[in-house]
Design a protein around this ligand. Structure first.
Ligand code: NAP
Length: 261
């Protein structure tokens, strides 16, 4: 699959920034053209990354926007498709873990998390559907999480948001069957990024961000349906979805720190 027109949210940090760098490095090494659309809220970090990647030969469009803003993201998506002459790959990667106050009866932080982690994904993916159907090609990727495979104590809203993303992309893949457009989900375990740097519980099978991106880009090349990594998490996933609740309650990382994410 050619991935020379790539639109990527959450591009200013962690997995998103590493993925932008990986695609730029691959294009530079192969002498291929690359047009990147980078989205995050913070313009300064995005511009710094854009400058770095332009130095490596990529054409980079920066869209400082909140993925929760349906109109702003649609505008960015259409501007990118127009500037790049289409889109080969869209990665809805932006996501957050926000401490929630479930026990205090405060729903606002959960509403905010859902707006970013769920609506942010649909806002990013859907505007590209007509373009890709017209092209008869393209890959739509959502970054979910291992936590999306099973509701977890201590990260109730986060795991629910990531589960919704898996369900949405599963349905979309079936909806788009036969159009040439592939919809897929990537479910990382723990990856070392600013998001996990703030966690103070054990993170089994923690993966370096560049290794994570190498696994993710290979999965995108293969057109997987749902890809969970690293392999230990992929094996554990099957046990996790079948485990009784008492076992999940006792063993989920961070389970005893209710409301941490
Ligand atoms: N790291 C892990 O262990 C892990 C595991 C499983 C899944 N994931 C998922 O992987 C994705 C990337 O995580 P990461 O670890 O790379 O996190 P990160 O380093 O915190 O990066 C998150 C990125 O998303 C952007 N972002 C956050 N809220 C946004 C919003 N409302 N609108 C636009 N952009 C927004 C951030 O930029 P701004 O703040 O400037 O907007 C940043 O670029 C997330 O969906 C996360 O849930 C991560």
């Amino acid at each position: 699959m050619k991935s020379n027109r790539v639109f990527l949210t959450g591009a200013s940090s962690g997995i998103g920034a590493a993925m932008a760098r990986a695609y730029a490095a691959k294009a530079a090494a192969g002498g291929a053209s690359l047009t990147l659309g980078l989205v995050a809220r913070g313009a300064v970090k995005l511009e710094e990354l854009a400058k770095e990647l332009r130095g490596r030969g990529a054409t980079v469009h920066v869209y400082a926007a909140d993925v929760a803003d349906t109109e702003a993201i649609k505008k960015a998506a259409l501007a990118f498709a127009d500037a790049a002459g289409g889109a080969d790959l869209v990665v809805a990667n932006a996501g957050v873990g926000i401490p929630s106050a479930l026990r205090e009866g405060d729903a606002s932080s959960v509403a905010k998390l859902m707006q970013i982690n769920v609506i942010g994904v649909t806002n990013t993916i859907i505007p590209f559907v007509p373009t890709m159907i017209a092209q008869k090609s393209g890959v739509l990727v959502a970054v979910s999480s291992m936590a999306g495979h099973r509701a977890l104590p201590g990260r109730v809203a986060y795991s629910a948001s990531k589960g919704a993303v898996i369900a949405f992309m599963d349905g979309l893949r079936m909806e788009l069957h036969g159009t040439g457009v592939h919809a897929m989900t990537i479910c990382p375990g723990f990856v070392k990024t600013p998001m996990t740097d703030v966690l103070d519980h054990k993170m089994p099978f923690l993966v370096d961000v560049d290794e994570a991106v190498a696994l993710m880009t290979r999965s995108i090349e293969r057109h997987d349906d749902t890809y969970t990594f690293p392999w230990q998490m992929r094996l554990l996933r099957h046990a996790l979805v079948r485990a009784p609740e008492w076992l999940v309650r006792l063993t989920a990382p961070g389970a005893r720190k209710a409301g941490t994410i």
